[in-house]
Design a protein. Structure first.
Length: 431
């Protein structure tokens, strides 16, 4: 099968007013082939998914309406959307802002490329409604809380150490068991997983998230590249003209929509059932996540867990991974570094040039570093002990403390090395 010349690019149009909704009409008028995801309860942002070729040119419908062809550069489209919607637009590293002509993206050759001019598309006037402020009684807050997942089921290729780093990143307890070539992970009351920075050690990842509303599935096969599908979201395909449906709809399904997601899930879970996956994605949201878990070949407990019918503790053969706090991370770093330095010095691998081994200054310096390092580490872990997250300043302070402690250990080793070598002489031929 010939590889497709197109790849998905997902972006977000966000505005302080309700003008984000103009994106749909703009893309339709410009004949850009796209999926636009919106939510009536959150009119200040819409998600846009387009297809681009190797030169970052966006797929558009040709003038005759019979073929999908390369059109404007993604950067130019982003800038035109920003101007039309009076919004910030971001497609990964391609970012545009309204009125920022100086920062207008260009192609790799430095030219403006095939620009899509916002003024060429008839604008649909939408009343400018200011975004809600931070009023604690604003109902928007309840909507946002409802979108946070109560339960998450994750398939990942991560090892045990990778799961520990994942628990630390999510700042919540994970229940995991070995599954196929990786692990099956259950998470209760965790963060929105699509907001995490996933690393290569975790990939590929399939994440099912279930909350009061907007259950979703996400496939991440490379850092920074995800395919997110939300059952309750409102999706519209453009161009919307009926005469082009025979060309546009199959392309969108294969490159942007359900067909593309089925392929991504099959790459991550080759043993899955493609027909069952599609049926689950096209079915109702109240059963979709559970049916998808079954189509992916997950244990029945995974679906029951998502539906809040079973606790994570029922997962047979599971292990619980706890977040690693700042203090524990520093302790491990210091311990590992100290052990390496001690072993290297004792075996004669490190000669430590310039360090006096018989001077009173060395133990004095070591004592001062030990005291200062311990104080810095203690201060760095203050937020963690109070149930919060470490600030950037605390993390920097903790790193400084760790370095001081490591250097203190090195100085102590230098001072004690002659005694250690006399007390534990090497046998002949021993390294």
């Amino acid at each position: 099968m010939t590889p497709s010349p197109w790849r998905r690019r997902s972006g977000l149009v966000s505005s302080r007013t309700a003008h984000a909704g103009r994106a749909l009409g703009f893309l339709d008028g410009a004949q850009v082939v796209a999926l636009v995801e919106s939510d009536p309860d959150a009119p200040y942002a819409v998600a846009v998914t387009v297809a681009v070729d190797a030169q970052e040119r966006v797929a558009v419908l040709d003038e005759g309406g019979a073929e999908i062809v390369p059109g404007p550069l993604l950067g130019d489209l982003a800038q035109a959307l920003a101007e039309e919607c009076r919004a910030d637009v971001a497609f990964g590293d391609v970012v545009a802002e309204a009125g920022d002509d100086a920062g207008r993206p260009t192609d790799r050759a430095g030219s403006a490329g095939n620009a899509v001019a916002a003024e060429e598309i008839p604008a649909v006037e939408i009343p400018a409604v200011e975004a809600p402020d931070d009023d604690p009684f604003d109902p928007e807050i309840d909507v946002e809380i409802g979108r946070v997942p109560d339960r998450s089921v994750v398939l990942t290729s991560a090892t045990a150490s990778g799961l520990e780093s994942l628990a630390t990143a999510t700042d919540t307890r994970l229940t995991a068991m070995p599954f196929r070539d990786g692990h099956l992970v259950l998470i209760e009351d965790g963060p929105v997983l699509t907001e995490l920075e996933w690393h290569q050690e975790h990939l590929p990842v399939v994440a099912l998230e279930q909350g009061d509303v907007f259950p979703s599935v996400t496939v991440i096969d490379a850092p920074g590249r995800a395919h997110l599908f939300t059952w309750d979201a409102h999706l519209e395909a453009v161009p919307a003209e009926p005469a082009a449906a025979g060309v546009v709809h199959p392309f969108i399904d294969a490159e942007l929509g359900t067909g593309a997601l089925v392929r991504a899930l099959m790459r991550a879970v080759p043993a899955a059932e493609p027909a069952g996956i599609r049926a689950a994605l096209e079915g109702p949201s109240d059963q979709g996540p559970r049916e998808l878990a079954s189509a992916l070949g997950l244990p029945d407990l995974a679906g029951a867990f998502l539906a809040q019918e079973a606790p994570a503790s029922d997962l047979v053969g599971a292990h619980v991974y706890e977040p690693v706090g700042v203090a524990e991370s520093l302790r491990r770093a210091v311990t590992g570094a100290a052990e390496g330095v001690f072993e290297g010095v004792f075996n004669g691998e490190y000669h430590l040039p310039g360090r006096p081994s018989r001077s009173w200054t060395t133990p004095v310096i070591a004592g001062a570093e030990l005291a200062l390092g311990a104080l810095a580490v203690q201060r760095a872990g203050r937020s963690g002990r109070n149930g919060g997250s470490a600030t950037a300043g605390e993390r920097a302070l903790g790193l400084t403390g760790a370095l001081l402690l490591v250097d203190a250990v090195v100085n102590v080793t230098v001072v004690t090395l002659p005694w250690l070598r006399r007390s534990f002489p090497r046998e002949p031929g021993e390294r």
